[in-house]
Design a protein around this ligand. Structure first.
Ligand code: HEC
Ligand code: HEC
Ligand code: HEC
Length: 414
C-alpha cells in the first residue's frame, strides 16, 4: 500500500511537472530573480491584478518586456485565486494547465500526452544576456547581414534560412569558397531550448555558438577584428549597439555581436504546431494517423531520448553511422566515440535531409534507422509512416517578425 501511494505521488508529481502554466511558460524564463524579479518578489510588491497589469504595461512601453506575451492570463494565475493546478471549482481558466489536464477527454490517445511538454513562449534567458527589444532588433540585423563574413556574401541566414525551416536543406553546408565542413546544418528554430549546441555539443550556449561560424574556415571565414572594424565603420550600427548595450563605453565588440545574435535566436520559437495545439487541448488538431504515430513513438521508446519541449534530452548517445567520431572530438574520452546530441525534432518535417551528415532524404527512412540503431527494433513501413506523420505535426509557425528581412544600414565604405 505504501509503495502504491509512493508510486501514485510520483506519477502525480511528474504529471503536474510537465504541464506548466502561463507564468511558467511565458514569464519565469526571465523572472527568475536575476534577470527580473521572481514570482515571490512580484507577489510581495503587487497586491492586485490591476496594480500588476499597470506595471506590465509600463514595462512593455519602456521596452523592457516583449509585447504579445500572455500577461493577462499570467496575472489571472497569480491573482485570480487560481493556482496553476487544481483551479477552484467552477472557475474556468484557459491556460496551458487547464487544457492539458482535462481528464474527461473522449480521446483514447490522450493518455500519451503526459510524455510530452508543450513548447514555452521563450526558452530560459541567461542572467548575463537579458532579452531586450533593442538587442533582439540588432541581433536580427546581424543574423541577416552577410558583411560579417569575409566574402560579404554569407550570413547566418544563408545556411539557417528562416524561410525554409531554419536550415539550408543541403546534406552538408557550403560556406566560404564553397567549402564544406562535412556536417549538416541543424535548424536555428527553437535552438534556445537546446541544452548544448552543435551535433557534438561543443558550444554550451548560443552566445558561445555564434562566435564559431563567423570564424570557421568552412563557414563565414571571418575574424573578430574584421567584424568589429566593419561594424564600427557603419554609424547606424554603432548607434544600435549603444541602444542594445546601454551604459557600455565601447559596445561594438565581438562578444556583443554574439550576445545580440543569441538574443534574436531565443525569439525563433515556433508555437502553434498541430501537435502543440493538440497538447493544449484541441483534440482535432491531429489526424488519426498522427495520433497513432504519437502512440508508437511512445511505445517504441523514442521518448527515452526525444523528450522535453523540443524533443531532445540534450544528452549524447551512440549513433555509429560513418567515421565521424562525434562527441569524442570534443572530450577525447573513448567512451564518447560516435556519440551525438539527440537531435531536436520540432519542424523536422521541413528540415530534410537528416542526420549529422545529411545522408538520408526521407523522414520515414530516418525513423526506421533510428528504431533499428537506437532501439534494436525493425519497423514496418506502416509504422514508420505513422511515426513520420506524427513528426510532421511538429511543424510550427516561424514568427513573422523574425522571417521578415530587415532593412540593413547603407553600404560599407571599406
Ligand atoms: C524577456 C524577459 C522577460 C519576460 C519573458 C517577462 N518579463 Fe516581466 N520584466 C522583465 C524585466 C527586465 C523587467 C524589469 C525589471 C526591472 O526593471 O526592475 C520586468 C518587469 C515586470 C513587472 C514589473 C515589476 C516591477 O517591479 O515593477 C511585471 C509585473 C512583469 N514584469 C510581469 C511579467 C509577466 C506577467 C510576464 C509573462 C507573461 C513577464 N513579465 C515576462 C523581463 C521579462
Ligand atoms: C556555411 C553554413 C553556415 C553558416 C554561414 C552558419 N552556420 Fe550555423 N551551423 C552550420 C552547420 C554545418 C552546423 C552544424 C555544425 C556541427 O554541429 O558541427 C551549424 C550549427 C549551428 C547551431 C547549432 C544548432 C544545434 O542544433 O546544435 C546554431 C545555433 C547555429 N549554427 C547558428 C548560426 C549562426 C548564429 C550563424 C551566423 C553567425 C551561423 N550559424 C552561420 C552551418 C552554418
Ligand atoms: C538512445 C537515444 C535515442 C533514441 C531512443 C531515439 N533517438 Fe532519434 N536521435 C538520437 C540522436 C543522438 C540523434 C542524432 C543522430 C545524428 O547524429 O545524426 C537522433 C536523430 C533523430 C532524427 C533525425 C533528426 C534530424 O534532424 O536529422 C529523427 C527523425 C529521429 N531521431 C527520430 C527518432 C525516432 C522516431 C525514434 C524512435 C523510433 C528515435 N529517434 C529514437 C537519439 C535517439
Amino acid at each position: 500500500m505504501k509503495r502504491l501511494l509512493a508510486a501514485l505521488t510520483i506519477s502525480l508529481l511528474s504529471a503536474t511537472a510537465s504541464f506548466a502554466g502561463v507564468w511558467e511558460t511565458n514569464c519565469s524564463g526571465c523572472h527568475n530573480g536575476t534577470v527580473a524579479p521572481s514570482k515571490e518578489q512580484l507577489l510581495k510588491k503587487f497586491h492586485t491584478k490591476q496594480e500588476f497589469m499597470a506595471a506590465v504595461r509600463k514595462m512593455v512601453q519602456a521596452g523592457k518586456m516583449p509585447p504579445g506575451l500572455r500577461y493577462g492570463m499570467a496575472a489571472r494565475e497569480l491573482f485570480g485565486g487560481a493556482p496553476s493546478f487544481g483551479a477552484k471549482k467552477g472557475v474556468k481558466f484557459h491556460s496551458f494547465s487547464s487544457a492539458t489536464t482535462k481528464a474527461s477527454s473522449a480521446d483514447p490517445y490522450a493518455k500519451y500526452k503526459k510524455f510530452f511538454t508543450p513548447l514555452p513562449a521563450l526558452p530560459p534567458i541567461p542572467a548575463d544576456n537579458a532579452l531586450t527589444p533593442a538587442k533582439v532588433k540588432l541581433g536580427k540585423m546581424l543574423y541577416y547581414d552577410p558583411r560579417l563574413s569575409r566574402s560579404k556574401l554569407i550570413s547566418c541566414n544563408t545556411c539557417h534560412n528562416l524561410a525554409i525551416g531554419g536550415d539550408d536543406n543541403l546534406p552538408t553546408s557550403r560556406g566560404d569558397h564553397w567549402r564544406t565542413g562535412g556536417r549538416n546544418a541543424p535548424t536555428t528554430l527553437n535552438s534556445g531550448f537546446l541544452r548544448v549546441q552543435f551535433w557534438d555539443g561543443r558550444a554550451p550556449t548560443l552566445e558561445a555558438q555564434a562566435k564559431g561560424p563567423i570564424q570557421a574556415h568552412v563557414e563565414m571565414n571571418s575574424t573578430p577584428e574584421i567584424v568589429v572594424r566593419r561594424l564600427k565603420a557603419i554609424p547606424e550600427y554603432v548607434k544600435l549597439f549603444k541602444e542594445a548595450f546601454p551604459g557600455e563605453k565601447d559596445p561594438v565588440t565581438f562578444d556583443n555581436v554574439a550576445k545580440a545574435i543569441a538574443a534574436f535566436e531565443r525569439t525563433l520559437n515556433t508555437p502553434n504546431s498541430p501537435f502543440q495545439r493538440y497538447l493544449l487541448g484541441d483534440e482535432n488538431a491531429l489526424t488519426k494517423e498522427q495520433k497513432e504515430g504519437m502512440a508508437l513513438f511512445v511505445k517504441f521508446g523514442c521518448t527515452a531520448c526525444h523528450n522535453g519541449p523540443v524533443l531532445s534530452d540534450g544528452q549524447f548517445h551512440k549513433f555509429k553511422w560513418n567515421n565521424d567520431l562525434g562527441r569524442y572530438r570534443v572530450t577525447k574520452n573513448p567512451a564518447d566515440k560516435y556519440k551525438f546530441r539527440t537531435a531536436q525534432l520540432l519542424n523536422v518535417g521541413v528540415t530534410a535531409p537528416y542526420f549529422h551528415d545529411g545522408s538520408v532524404n526521407s523522414l520515414e527512412e530516418a525513423v526506421k534507422i533510428m528504431a533499428q540503431k537506437e532501439l534494436g527494433k525493425k519497423l514496418t513501413d506502416e509504422q514508420a509512416e505513422k511515426i513520420a506523420a506524427f513528426l510532421r505535426s511538429l511543424t510550427g509557425e516561424v514568427p513573422l517578425e523574425a522571417r521578415t528581412v530587415p532593412q540593413l544600414p547603407g553600404n560599407n565604405p571599406e
